[in-house]
Design a protein around this ligand. Structure first.
Ligand code: 13P
Ligand code: SF4
Length: 331
């Protein structure tokens, strides 16, 4: 007989010392099983605060890793160890190359303050931590960059060039992207690594024009991982939680087109809500996790043979935790 995954997951959650954590981009049926849901910052904060021994994290690799680093005594498992494509764009070697680029262009190492978006591997966070830098998420980037600027240093922002440029623009700062046109680190405040989220590149100015022409009063709300021209042309930009808050507080008759992953957009509001793209903005890695995967990982705890445990090498975890804790203190 086929297993009723929902029923089994609920049974296992009832008998195990476990918290199931789910990001907003998860499939609906997986998301519904979450005891804790939220954006990256909320998930990192809340996961370390709960007192269960086991955390089962439905999201992408850097999220599970961050919880393990912030709460090393917890056992963190992931139904699918899926890696965010943007996080994959930078590793420790590319990070060192970026620092070298700045040095070769007249900015000494001591004058560089690195900030990494949380969408990065622990090894990159460790490099950032070693240099006195911080982690940020899309919900606290403004505050973290402000904090970073207090050092009087040039900010090296990795890996998301869009997030770096968008916050630089909103703060009236000068930015440039390494490898894209002229990037003179001496003349910019924020020097960005050339990474991006392919899902958030789906949204174009044509999409915005299409909706504005059809519905002149429509609001456009996007995630700051979108290209700066999109964020500039939008009415609102914010993290996944901030987008949800903005959209759910709109008048029910107010039309809105949303530029972020479709699982989040689909469950927002029954009417007057559109996906800001003719191509389905689906994050392949977030969508990898199925109910069956969640069931199997919970079952493995019950059977005393846990699978897909997140482990981070001690020296990497130590330095990465410095960068993560600096973010926690400042947000
Ligand atoms: P949030 O921190 O806004 O949830 O974003 C995570 C993410 O990966 C967006 O693509
Ligand atoms: Fe990574 Fe983009 Fe997916 Fe977010 S939507 S997890 S940044 S690939």
């Amino acid at each position: 007989m086929a297993i009723d995954y929902k029923k089994e997951i609920k049974r296992l959650k009832g008998i195990l010392d476990v918290t199931v954590v789910a990001h907003y981009y998860q499939r609906d049926e997986v998301f519904e099983m979450g005891d804790i849901v939220g954006d990256s910052l909320e998930l990192a904060k809340k996961s370390r605060e709960v007192d269960s021994k086991w955390i089962v994290f439905c999201g992408v690799g850097f999220m599970g890793q961050s919880v393990k680093i912030l709460a090393p005594h917890k056992r963190v498992l992931m139904p699918k160890v899926a890696c965010c494509a943007m996080a994959r764009m930078i590793d420790a070697v590319y990070f060192d190359d970026s620092v070298k680029y700045m040095e070769e262009h007249g900015v000494p190492r001591e004058a560089i303050l690195p900030i990494t978006y949380i969408n990065s591997d622990a090894a990159v966070k460790a490099k950032v931590g070693e240099m006195g830098g911080l982690v940020c998420t899309s919900s606290n980037a403004f505050r973290i960059i402000e904090k970073g600027l207090e050092s009087g240093k040039k900010i090296l922002f990795v890996p998301d060039r869009c997030l770096g440029q968008n916050f630089a623009n909103s703060m009236g700062l000068k930015s440039c992207v390494i490898g894209e046109g002229e990037c003179n680190p001496k003349e910019a405040d924020i020097i960005c690594f050339n990474g991006f989220c392919s899902v958030h590149q789906y949204f174009t100015l044509e999409d915005i024009h299409f909706y504005r022409e059809r519905y002149p009063d429509i609001k456009i709300a996007v995630h700051p991982e979108c290209d700066p021209v999109i964020v500039d042309a939008a009415d609102f930009s914010g993290s996944t939680s901030q987008l949800i808050k903005y959209i759910t507080e709109l008048d029910p008759e107010q039309k809105v087109a949303v530029g972020t992953e479709y699982n989040l957009v689909n469950r927002l509001r029954p009417n007057n809500t559109f996906i800001l793209s003719s191509t389905k903005p689906e994050c392949p890695t977030m969508n990898e996790t199925t109910l069956e995967d969640l069931y199997l990982v919970l079952k493995s705890i019950e059977e005393g043979a846990p699978i897909n445990e997140v482990l981070v090498e001690e020296h990497i975890a130590y330095h990465a935790s410095l960068a993560l804790e600096r973010m926690m203190e400042s947000s």
